[in-house]
Design a protein around this ligand. Sequence first.
Ligand SMILES: [Zn+2]
Length: 156
Amino acid sequence: MSCDELRDAWLRHGDLPPGGAEHIASCASCQADAAALRALAPALRAYAAPEPPPTLGRAVLRAAAPLLAAHAAPVPRPAWRALAVALLPLPLVLVADWFLVRGAHTLLSGILPDALSLYLAGSYAVLLATLLGLTYAAVPLLAARQLRASPEEHHA
Ligand SMILES: [Zn+2]
């Protein structure tokens, strides 16, 4: 237990925390402050924190309204347009991937057993599909991020 932990627990709970007496016996700093802490702890416990008035929340919001309005960020527009534009070349990409996977399977079939070349081509197709899915999943996020960026960032 550190000196700060001891003092914090003592003042917060009004009594010495477990192990506090041993700490005070071995710590000159806490021994010097023990009398003051012993007098202060019950006095602090006697005063309860005042209840906030029920109108405090509304008053704080009313006072902060101009500041919140000045710093409000516009809600980003949906990124559907960017996603639609990104989907335009998708058929071409799928056809290119199909020929790539088929070509890889044909090439591998010449040098490897058929089952192994099919497995490798299938794994390659799964990898391509995963990368394509991740890419298209990122398009709306990236578009929304670009729409959120301030105009100064575009020119910098
Ligand atoms: Zn101490």
